[in-house]
Design a protein around this ligand. Structure first.
Ligand code: NAP
Length: 251
């Protein structure tokens, strides 16, 4: 299906691995030029870069912590220089300390909020400045934004902030032709799950309690990004869309 994305320019945060990489490849398959950043894992980032180039699009990888405003500024300056502008931002990078509420310290909380919530807002500010002909911003949230999940205290709070920021950005950037939405994926078996003490339970539940009968894979999230990036979603803004095979409706 031609989504009309050929030649568009995207930045994806945290696309060295996992869901971000699947989004990068899906966009490249649709003809989108992709710049992305990573934090520490250079080898994985090189593999993503190679995968993008083999798909025939322009690709750029940069090491930049999304919580570091100056690093992001340098990254978006490089994107301006290479691509001349921007059509899509996918704010995917996330980190966080998985602990019960009573064990979260100020340092844990600030680390998580700085990367997940401020990193998103900061990237959106800089991306919007490059979107001279309108564009689309997609943030990756999670169901912990509205649910109390074990160990998810700080990350859940940061995801709730992401969804609120999405609404505020959508209201402010709409008049400039920039749509802003969030996606809320169910459980996906990426490296991120290794940090959850209850990983096995999460996976077993996702397998047994998804009406559509299987666990989510990164490509399911990438497909939803394609929709939000394309003109098929021309009048969709300020939304959080759940992509989880229906698991959330089972309580
Ligand atoms: N997996 C799930 O079940 C699930 C469910 C719902 C929502 N999500 C959300 O989906 C998104 C991607 O998750 P994932 O499972 O693919 O995670 P992942 O496999 O852990 O990958 C995270 C990526 O983000 C990068 N990153 C982390 N902190 C960063 C920072 N401060 N600055 C720049 N890049 C940073 C990592 O870079 P390095 O490779 O250099 O470390 C890596 O490329 C996250 O927003 C996550 O909360 C995941």
């Amino acid at each position: 299906m031609d989504l009309g994305l050929q030649g568009r320019r995207a930045v994806i945060t945290g696309a060295g691995r996992g869901i971000g990489r699947a989004i990068a490849f899906a966009l490249a398959d649709a003809g989108v030029h992709v710049a992305f950043n990573y934090l520490r894992n250079r080898k994985a980032a090189d593999e993503t870069l190679e995968g993008l180039r083999s798909r025939g699009v322009e690709a750029l990888a940069m090491k930049a912590n999304v919580a570091d405003e100056d690093a992001l500024r340098e990254m978006f300056a490089a994107v301006r220089e290479r691509f001349g502008g921007l059509d899509l931002l996918v704010a995917n990078a996330a980190s966080g300390v998985e602990r019960p509420a009573m064990e979260i310290t100020g340092r844990h909380f600030r680390w998580t909020m700085d990367i997940n919530a401020w990193g998103y807002l900061s990237a959106a500010q800089q991306a919007a400045a490059l979107m001279e002909n309108g564009g689309s911003i997609v943030a990756i949230s999670s169901l912990g934004s509205v649910r109390a999940l074990p160990y998810y205290t700080a990350v859940g709070a940061s995801k709730a902030a992401i969804e609120s920021l999405t609404r505020h950005l959508a209201a402010e950037l709409g008049p400039r032709g920039i749509r802003v939405n969030a996606l809320c994926p169910g459980v996906v078996d990426t490296d991120a799950l290794q940090f959850f003490p209850n990983r096995e339970e999460l996976i077993a539940e996702a397998k047994s309690q998804t009406p559509l009968g299987r666990m989510l894979i990164p490509e399911d999230v990438a497909s939803a990004v394609l929709f939000l990036a394309s003109d098929l979603s021309a009048m969709v803004s300020g939304c959080t869309i759940v992509v989880d095979g229906g698991a959330h409706i089972l309580g």
